[in-house]
Write a protein that binds this ligand. Structure first.
Ligand code: SP5
Ligand code: ZN
Length: 370
C-alpha cells in the first residue's frame, strides 16, 4: 500500500497543551507521525512518497476563507502584539450564551476582533489547541498529504494511506479545535465527490467524535458520515456526537453516530464497526475516506476504550471487505510506544496481508516498539 508523508509536520512542534487550566505535556506531538513512519518503513510493504502541492482552493471548498486567513496570520500577529507565550492558545470564546436575547441581526453584526487572543477564541473550539510558528505550514502539508492520497485512489489504487499531522476531524467550516486546523478528511472527501460525481462515505474510527466532519456535511446527502466514538456524555467534544444527530435537509439520514461506553473492548468494538460498515454498504459509492485514530487503544492517555493491537488488523480487514476503495487518513492516537505497531496492523489488514506482529518496527532494539 502506498503511503503519503511530508516532514513539514515537524514544524508544528507542540510542547504543551492546556487542559482545564493547567499546562501539561502535549499529546499531539511530532513523534507520533515519526513512530508510524518508522514502523511502515521497516515493514517493507509501504512505499512512502511526498505529497504534491494542491493550493488553497480545496481548503476553501470546505472552510470559511476567514478561518484560512486566521491560521495563516495568527502566529505572526501574536508576535507583533507581543503575546509572550510559547504558543497561541485561546481563553475567551464567543459562546452563544454571550449573545442571548440579541436579535439575529445584532448577532450577525458582531465582528472578529483584531486582537490575536480574541481571534483565537473567535475561530477556536477549545483551549487544548496550541498554534505555533510552524502550524500553518504543517497544516497545509497535512491537507496536501490527504489530497495526494485521494489522488492515488482516484488514479486506481485500491487503498492508500496519508500520514496526516496535524489531524483534522474536529475542524469545522469556521472553527479549529481538538488539535485540528484544517479538516483533512473532509477536504479529501469533497475533492473525491467533485472528481467522481459519486457519493462518498466517511468512516471515522478515531476515539473522538469528528464534530467538524459531521458539521461540514450535515446538510449533504452526497457524503455519508459514520462515526464510532467515546460517548460525548463523558468525552470531548461533549456537545456533538449523539445518536439523535442524523443530518438535516438533503443530509437527513446521512449521519450515523455510534457512541460507545468507557471500557469498550475488541468484541464490542467489532460489533459496532460492523453496524457502521453495514450503513456504508447500503449507500451507493465506490470510495470510502477513513478517519483513522488509535486513541481507541487500551493504553491511550486520553481515550478510555480497551482495544488491542491485534484487533486493528481485524478492523482493517473488515473495512477492506466492503470492497470499496479506501482513502485512509491519520487522525489521533496518543500512546506513542504502540502507535507504529497499531498503524502497521490496521494497514496490513486493509492491505490483505497477515498480522505478523513480530518483528515489528520501532525505535527500540530488535524492532521492538518500546
Ligand atoms: C484528533 C484528536 O484525537 N483530538 C482529540 C482532542 C482531545 N482534546 C481534549 C483532551 C482532553 C483530555 N482529557 C484528559 C483526561 C485524562 N484522563
Ligand atoms: Zn481523537
Amino acid at each position: 500500500m502506498r503511503v503519503v508523508y511530508s516532514p513539514d509536520h515537524l514544524a508544528h512542534d507542540v510542547v504543551t497543551e492546556t487542559v482545564m487550566g493547567a499546562a501539561i505535556p502535549a499529546n499531539e506531538v511530532a513523534e507520533r507521525a515519526e513512530r508510524i513512519r518508522a514502523a511502515l518503513e521497516a515493514d517493507g510493504g509501504f512505499p512512502i512518497e511526498p505529497p504534491t502541492e494542491h493550493g488553497t482552493d480545496p481548503i476553501l471548498a470546505v472552510h470559511d476563507p476567514g478561518l484560512l486567513r486566521f491560521v495563516e496570520e495568527a502566529w505572526r500577529e501574536a508576535r507583533t502584539q507581543a503575546i509572550a507565550r510559547p504558543n497561541l492558545t485561546a481563553d475567551t470564546f464567543p459562546t452563544f450564551r454571550m449573545f442571548e436575547g440579541m436579535s439575529p441581526e445584532a448577532v450577525a453584526a458582531i465582528a472578529e476582533t483584531r486582537s490575536a487572543g480574541g481571534r483565537a477564541g473567535w475561530w477556536g473550539l477549545d483551549t487544548a489547541n496550541p498554534l505555533l510558528a510552524g502550524t500553518y505550514a504543517a497544516a497545509r502539508a497535512a491537507v496536501d498529504v490527504a489530497l495526494t492520497t485521494a489522488d492515488l485512489v482516484l488514479g486506481g489504487e485500491r487503498a492508500a494511506y496519508g500520514l496526516c499531522r496535524p489531524p483534522g476531524h474536529h475542524a469545522a467550516r469556521s472553527m479549529i479545535g481538538g488539535y485540528c486546523f484544517f479538516n483533512n478528511a473532509a477536504i479529501a472527501a469533497e475533492a473525491v465527490v467533485r472528481a467522481t460525481g459519486q457519493r462518498v462515505a466517511i468512516l471515522d474510527v478515531d476515539f473522538h467524535h469528528g464534530n467538524g466532519t459531521q458539521q461540514i456535511f450535515w446538510r449533504r446527502g452526497d457524503v455519508l458520515y459514520v462515526s464510532l466514538h467515546g460517548d460525548p456524555e463523558r468525552q470531548f467534544p461533549y456537545f456533538l456526537g449523539r445518536v439523535n444527530e442524523t443530518g438535516e435537509g438533503e443530509g437527513s439520514g446521512a449521519n450515523l453516530n455510534i457512541p460507545l461506553p468507557a471500557g469498550t473492548g475488541d468484541e464490542a468494538y467489532l460489533a459496532a464497526l460492523d453496524r457502521g460498515l453495514a450503513a456504508i454498504a447500503e449507500t451507493p459509492g465506490d470510495i470510502v475516506v477513513v478517519s483513522l485514530g488509535f486513541d481507541t487503544y487500551g493504553h491511550d492517555p486520553i481515550g478510555d476504550f480497551a482495544l488491542t493491537t491485534a484487533v486493528y488488523h481485524e478492523c482493517g480487514q473488515r473495512v477492506a471487505a466492503l470492497g470499496r476503495r479506501l482513502v485512509i487518513l491519520q487522525e489521533g492516537g496518543y500512546y506513542r510506544p504502540a502507535l507504529g505497531a497499531n498503524a502497521r496492523a490496521w494497514l496490513r489488514g486493509a492491505d490483505g496481508r497477515p498480522y505478523e506482529p513480530r518483528p515489528a518496527a520501532g525505535f527500540g532494539p530488535n524492532g521492538s516498539d518500546r
